[in-house]
Ligand binder design. Structure first.
Ligand code: ZN
Ligand code: ZN
Length: 362
């Protein structure tokens, strides 16, 4: 067993995180042991600590967007060697035999236990034994993951602390944007300019999107940055007149906010047969909305949750090729500093990383 130091909560009632020591199994089969160099603090880490999805296992060690160095190999590893620099995202395993896995969507695994998350275990536990599997996330000294679920970071890649969030915020927004097949005639709205939003904006711009509107509830703070990252328009989503001004004018919307919101004002900005993809929200909308809002214009409303391994690989390649890396704030791997970052993330006092509160240097 590998004795590992991490940060997290021992019980659901623990209000702040503390240092924890736990054990991981030595790498077996195709598993790699990876020493974590940097790991992001994402909104979903906070949700997990608070057991907001009722799936949290304790002790809970968050962390699911990390960059690390391979330190040890299971006997069947073929793709990696010690010293390789790699990235790991939310997805750490899946059944690999269901039709979703067969089509390359391990994140949508339909196996009995669903996809396995780096910072928790099985997402949809099918039985009591699976529900006990606690994978312990990457706010820790090292993780052990099968090579199939690890992404190689090209040698010589700098600013690894800025690469880490690509494995969550980057891949989560990459898939939904790619599926829209954006081009110069596309008019796209992006809701939110936090971690995922500011990456989505830059990716959409590089994909050749004709016109991009950023919707934000903090226009005075976000306008300049949004324009700098490539937005054509910044709209205050709390301003009914501004929202009305966009009536039936957009082809697509990508929502990147993890908190409950009212979809109706946004749906009304979509043209007929337009599509709104809602990622990051893993709970109810703020209110029940009337299906008439969809029906009247033949609209599509989609959900999206993390990305497949192939999508993660593609999003990293695209971000590195186009120099799209998140703005980050590096904090020390120390309980006080992490608790402070969590507190700031909760009140959205983080310029771009509202969803990615900071990077923990481990
Ligand atoms: Zn995340
Ligand atoms: Zn599967």
């Amino acid at each position: 067993m590998i004795e590992t130091q991490g940060f997290g909560s021992s019980t659901p009632s623990q209000k702040t995180i503390s240092p924890l020591t736990f054990s991981r199994q030595e790498p077996q089969g195709t598993e790699l042991q990876i020493e974590i160099l940097y790991c992001g603090l994402c909104h979903s880490d906070v949700e997990l600590l608070a057991n907001n999805w009722s799936t949290t296992k304790y002790p809970c060690i968050p962390g699911h967007e990390a960059v690390g160095r391979v330190t040890a190999l299971g006997p069947d590893v073929t793709q990696y060697k010690p010293g390789d620099i790699v990235g790991i995202g939310t997805l750490m395993d899946s059944c690999l035999s269901c039709s979703a896995c067969g089509e390359g969507f391990e994140n949508l695994c339909e196996g009995p236990n669903g996809a396995m998350m780096l910072h928790g275990g099985f997402l949809t536990p099918g039985d009591a034994e699976a529900a006990k599997v606690n994978t312990f996330g990457a706010w820790s000294g090292s993780v052990v993951v099968k090579e199939r679920f690890v992404i190689r970071i090209p040698e010589g890649t700098g600013e690894l602390e800025r690469v880490a969030p690509v494995f969550c915020a980057g891949t989560d927004t990459w898939g939904p944007l790619r599926r829209l097949q954006l081009d110069g005639r596309s008019r796209l709205g992006i809701i939110g300019l936090g971690g995922p939003g500011h990456l989505a904006l830059q990716m959409a711009k590089k994909m050749g999107t004709g016109h991009i509107v950023v919707f934000t509830t903090h226009p005075e703070e976000k306008r300049e940055a949004a324009l700098c990252f490539g937005a054509d328009e910044v709209v205050d989503s709390n301003d009914p007149a501004a929202m009305k001004g966009l009536h039936r004018s957009l082809n697509y919307i990508l929502s990147t906010v993890p908190v409950p919101f009212d979809p109706t004002p946004y749906l009304r900005t979509l043209r007929r047969r337009g599509t709104m993809t809602v990622m990051a929200l893993l709970g109810p909308y703020k209110n029940l909305f009337n299906n008439f809002e969809l029906a009247v214009a033949g609209l599509n409303l989609r959900g999206s949750m993390i990305g497949s391994i192939q999508e993660t690989r593609e999003s990293l390649a695209f971000c590195l090729e186009h120099g799209i890396l998140p703005e980050v704030e590096v904090i020390e791997a120390e309980a006080g500093a992490i608790n402070n970052a969590i507190k700031r993330l909760k009140v959205a006092d983080v310029r771009f990383r509202i969803h990615q509160g900071g990077i923990v240097e481990l």
